[in-house]
Design a protein around this ligand. Structure first.
Ligand code: NAD
Length: 304
């Protein structure tokens, strides 16, 4: 006998539609101004997944009226050579955003490369200056990493702009997702818990959350017994798994089918956080171009 579910299914947070709306806004902002934002994307090597990401970023940038520079370097590019390329982009006035596609080959020190990017062009928000500004709550004028920014946009679409007093649990503590998301939630006056690989019984902490952000990289880790009825769940995970019929499939860090029975709202994978990352990258680049224009106007004494 099938027992009918007493709780209605969660509302789907449609990241694809929301990102298209944001990209359309960026495109029309560029069309109606004299600014041409310039985005340079640097790829070392030819990792297939990274090549697809880079192509997508460059194509969306062009769609929005940006000047897009794609720099493809061979896999044996040295650290010094890569940093020289970044220095050239730092001093190129037509480039407002520089993104180095990660991961880099093991012979290159990722930290040194990120620190070589001018913080005012660091549209990925990974430079210590930008990470530090976010950590101390001085995010005006800082670049915030794109995926965490996208998470916050989706969350506010689901809950509304006032997140104050909500208990948020972030599953994962990476520098590119978990930690910056936690800092952004704290800045919105949430009570924030971070659980990670060494947390004992993370599900018992997660179960009390109004907001769950999963950024782990473990397929379907977060199951229904981790999630309180009525919570909002944002799934950052992108994991490729082989399903029962032997087909390759993309799944998140959340067991979508069971958690959607408990949660009030949930992002799907694919089509949730993923598309938001490019939209936020282009928004950061547009902001950078606007700030550069304002600085130039200020130094020439004319009103911006
Ligand atoms: P990461 O490997 O750098 O960090 C994973 C974190 O999860 C670590 O802090 C670890 O402590 C924690 N963790 C691991 N196992 C755990 C467990 N059993 N319980 C609780 N915590 C555990 O990963 P990342 O770069 O933060 O990425 C996380 C996921 O998000 C991946 O699936 C990645 O592909 C995806 N991602 C998606 C986007 C996007 O654009 N949508 C961007 C970045 C990352």
């Amino acid at each position: 006998m099938t027992v009918p579910s007493s709780s209605p299914e969660a509302t789907l947070i449609d990241g694809r539609a929301i990102s298209e709306e944001i990209l359309a806004g960026i495109k029309s902002a560029v069309e109606s101004s004299s600014i041409i934002p310039g985005l340079a994307v640097v790829l070392v090597g030819s990792d297939p997944a990274s090549s697809v990401y880079v192509r997508n970023k460059s194509a969306r940038a062009k769609d929005c009226g940006f000047q897009s520079y794609q720099v493809n370097l061979p896999p044996d590019t040295g650290e010094y050579e890569l940093i020289s390329v970044i220095s050239e982009l730092n001093s190129d006035a037509s480039v407002h955003g520089i993104l180095v596609q990660l991961p880099l080959p093991p012979h290159i020190d990722q930290k040194k490369v990120i620190e070589a990017i001018d913080p005012e062009k660091d549209v990925d928000g990974f430079h210590y200056v930008n990470a530090g500004k976010l950590a101390v709550g001085d995010s005006d004028g800082a670049f915030i990493p794109c995926t965490p920014l996208g998470v916050m946009v989706l969350l506010k679409r689901a809950i509304g702009s006032n997140l104050s007093g909500k208990h948020a649990v972030v599953v994962g503590r990476s520098n590119i997702v978990g930690k910056p998301v936690a800092a952004l939630l704290l800045a919105e006056n949430c009570s924030v818990s971070i659980v990670h690989s060494k947390t004992i019984a993370p599900e018992s902490i997660c179960r009390h959350a109004d907001i769950v952000i999963a950024a782990v990289g473990v397929p379907r880790l977060v199951t229904a017994d981790w999630v309180k009825a009525g919570a909002v769940v944002i799934d950052v995970g992108i994991n490729r798994v082989i399903d029962d019929s032997g087909k390759s499939q993309l799944v998140g860090d959340v067991d979508f089918e069971c958690v959607r029975q408990t949660a009030a709202a949930i992002t799907p994978v694919p089509g949730g956080v993923g598309p938001m990352t490019i939209a936020m990258l282009l928004r950061n680049t547009l902001d950078s171009a606007i700030r550069t224009g304002a600085r130039a106007a200020q130094s020439s004494g004319s009103p911006s």
